[in-house]
Ligand binder design. Structure first.
Ligand SMILES: Cc1cc2nc3c(=O)[nH]c(=O)nc-3n(C[C@H](O)[C@H](O)[C@H](O)COP(=O)(O)OP(=O)(O)OC[C@H]3O[C@@H](n4cnc5c(N)ncnc54)[C@H](O)[C@@H]3O)c2cc1C
Ligand SMILES: Cc1cc2nc3c(=O)[nH]c(=O)nc-3n(C[C@H](O)[C@H](O)[C@H](O)COP(=O)(O)O)c2cc1C
Length: 593
């Protein structure tokens, strides 16, 4: 089949673009109204398959993948449109033919913010058991993004998959559930989903278009530095912001970006590639009966010494099911003599258990061991600098994770890598920018901002304030900050005082939970200032929240509703509608983790 000649060979397009445009116009005319132009005289042209790509995304991963789906679909004779789940409702969905839905999961199995309304609506429709099967005309497939460290792994994607099916839509390709290490599964799903959706459509005619099902889409790595191709940045500073006696350890971290070409905006996050703690690696090597020099496969297929593999490439956190299966014979062998009731928290626990049960033999071969480990993943940190105020640098505000579990001290991999192990002035650390376009200071410099950022949640607001100072933006700025104790945990105290003196920080409300007998948190301060906070909202302020997702962000959201009810004299329903309107106007943004 040849492509209809709508676009002349001489037109300034590549072969691929020309093929796409020819397909597009053919599709347009072939789907046109009766009596459409005589151009329908292109009988051989393939009609484009309409495709809507829906995304639910908190920090941009699913959104980025949705755009990759669109790009790939465009090469395969689909007319693809990417749509935010916040923009869709049941009626609009029922009018679609082909849908690919990509979504992450947040909180305790909850949808990301932009998917919340539609998730609730679809769930309610599915629960109502609509016998009319309103989505009977729809074919779909779901790609769920998640993290196996959470018990509700990929729950939001699974919900959508179940409910779409229940409402009569046809599952064109099975759902895939991706861990943080999503590339392989995402690529396989994309190939399968596009093949399934194009199965009944005419075969692509453009020579440059890969046949469906044959070519895996390329990772979007090559253009500059990225997750797959991180920049090796010099660590300039890693300084504890807490005073002695604090129960916390939050570090101000600075990297040098001079000459890297790496660009970011206030509100973005930085991905950091950590190394595991060498003492932990040594302990695992001893338990495995290895010296660390054994050659094992790295994730890219090359052979590296076991010690390096465990330090740089593999995750030593929560054990994978593959590792538990690998060691099951050893663990089961000892079950009669020394059963362990405690589920292993980290890889070290399961390795020590296996060693204890089989003291005279190695629990497993080194290659099999690393083959059963997950890849070590980068961690994201909200950037706390502004490119306009801190040219050539990027700053982070990192809380060191330390706790005890099952009688053993534990540390977070990346936070303690940055706080304890990486050496300012000498260490180079792999980093990449993770854009967060939904979290930016207001475009207009005179729009007021209300920022709620307790603990490390202050990070992006330090960036916002420095940005506004650097650009001379005249809008009013109000920060709610809190932590345990004013004397030891008032992060960036001097800087904030200077910003106040200069008139950049209009108002600062503080909540130190342990400075008085009763606990006081930022949400209480919001309620105390309800009238003024509401007045700022009425004056067009943008409202931002950053920090702890598990409790703080929910409590702040509840306080915001109460403020609107009390100061705005509104019913609970009216307050919900007011907050919905803030979100719709992109005046309520959250960066929570
Ligand atoms: C968009 C985004 C922005 C972020 N911004 C920041 C920021 O600005 N500053 C910041 O400090 N962090 C930030 N984070 C969090 C950061 O990415 C890391 O998750 C955090 O630093 C912990 O990583 P880690 O490697 O040190 O710990 P890990 O090795 O990943 O260990 C953390 C895990 O340990 C376990 N754990 C922790 N405490 C306990 C406990 N008491 N009992 C039992 N188990 C426990 C939990 O399973 C937890 O998930 C952000 C995250 C996201 C997604
Ligand atoms: C605070 C927080 C909570 C999360 N909760 C879950 C969860 O309950 N289940 C899950 O599978 N993944 C969970 N994740 C992992 C995200 O779904 C995963 O990182 C995803 O790739 C993010 O995609 P996004 O950038 O498009 O939002 C959570 C991540 C964060 C930061």
């Amino acid at each position: 089949m040849t492509t209809a000649p709508f676009i002349p060979e001489t037109a300034p397009f590549s072969a691929e673009q020309r093929a796409w445009l020819n397909g597009f116009f053919a599709g347009l005319f072939s789907r046109g109204p009766a009596g459409a132009p005589a151009a329908v005289s292109a009988p051989a042209a393939p009609a484009l398959v309409p495709l809507t790509i829906l995304f639910g995304s908190q920090t941009g991963t699913a959104e980025g993948l949705a755009k990759r789906v669109a790009k790939e679909a465009g090469k395969r004779h689909f007319a693809a449109t990417v749509v935010d789940l916040a923009q869709i409702d049941l009626a609009k969905l029922a009018a679609e033919k082909n849908v690919l839905l990509l979504t992450s999961t947040y909180g305790d199995g909850e949808p990301p913010d932009n998917a919340k309304t539609f998730h609730a609506a679809l769930g309610a429709a599915a629960a109502a058991g609509d016998a009319a099967r309103p989505l009977a005309g729809l074919r779909f497939s779901v790609c769920a993004l998640g993290d196996t460290n959470y018990t509700q792994f990929c729950k939001c994607g699974a919900d959508f998959d179940t409910w779409l099916d229940k409402l009569g839509a046809t599952r064109a390709a099975p759902r895939t559930d991706c861990d943080l290490d999503y590339e392989e599964k995402f690529s396989a799903w994309l190939t399968a989903a596009l093949s399934a959706l194009s199965a009944s459509a005419p075969a692509p005619s453009a020579p440059s278009a890969p046949a469906a099902g044959t070519a895996a889409p390329k990772p979007a790595a090559a253009e500059g530095y990225s997750r797959a191709n991180p920049y090796s940045a010099l660590l300039l500073t890693s300084r504890n912001l807490n005073a002695p006696g604090s129960g916390k350890q939050v570090h101000h971290v600075e990297f040098d970006l001079t000459g890297s070409g790496l660009a970011y905006e206030a509100g973005d996050a930085l991905g950091v590639i950590p190394h595991n703690c060498p003492a932990l690696v040594s302990e695992i090597l001893i338990a495995l009966g290895c010296d660390g020099e054994e050659g094992v496969p790295a994730p890219d297929g090359s052979t590296v010494p076991l010690r390096r593999a465990l330090t740089e490439f593999y995750d030593l956190g929560k054990p994978s099911s593959a590792l538990l299966s690998l060691l099951a014979p050893v663990l089961a062998g000892g079950a009669t003599s020394a059963p362990s009731a405690v589920p292993p928290h980290h890889v070290i626990d399961v390795v020590l258990q296996a060693r204890a049960l089989s003291p005279n033999s190695k629990p497993t071969a080194p290659s099999a061991f690393v083959g059963a480990l997950k890849k070590l993943q980068p961690r994201l940190y909200s950037i706390s600098s502004s490119p306009r105020a801190h040219a050539g640098q990027v700053h982070l505000t990192v809380g060191a994770v330390r706790y005890e579990k099952d009688g053993r001290p534990r540390v977070g991999v990346c936070s303690t890598f940055l706080a304890d192990r990486a050496q300012p002035g000498t260490s180079r650390v792999g980093v990449f920018v993770h854009a967060n376009k939904a979290f930016r200071p207001p475009a207009a410099g005179d729009t007021p901002m209300i920022m709620v950022g307790p603990g490390t949640g202050i990070a992006p607001f330090r960036a916002f304030l420095h940005e506004r100072r650097a650009t001379g933006a005249k809008g009013k700025n109000w920060l709610f900050f809190g932590d345990q104790r004013g004397a030891t945990d008032f992060l960036y105290r001097d800087e904030l005082a200077a910003l106040q003196r200069e008139g950049v920080l209009t108002r600062l409300d503080l909540a130190f939970s342990r400075d008085q007998p009763e606990k006081i948190y930022v949400q209480q301060r919001m309620l105390e200032a309800a009238a003024e906070l509401y007045a700022w909202l009425e004056a067009g302020a943008h409202f931002y929240v950053c920090g702890d997702a598990s409790r703080m962000a929910k409590d702040v959201d509840a306080a915001l509703h109460t403020v609107i009810e009390r100061a705005g004299k509104k019913s609970a329903e009216e307050a919900v509608a007011y907050v919905q309107a803030l979100k719709a106007a992109k005046r309520y943004a959250r960066d929570v983790y």
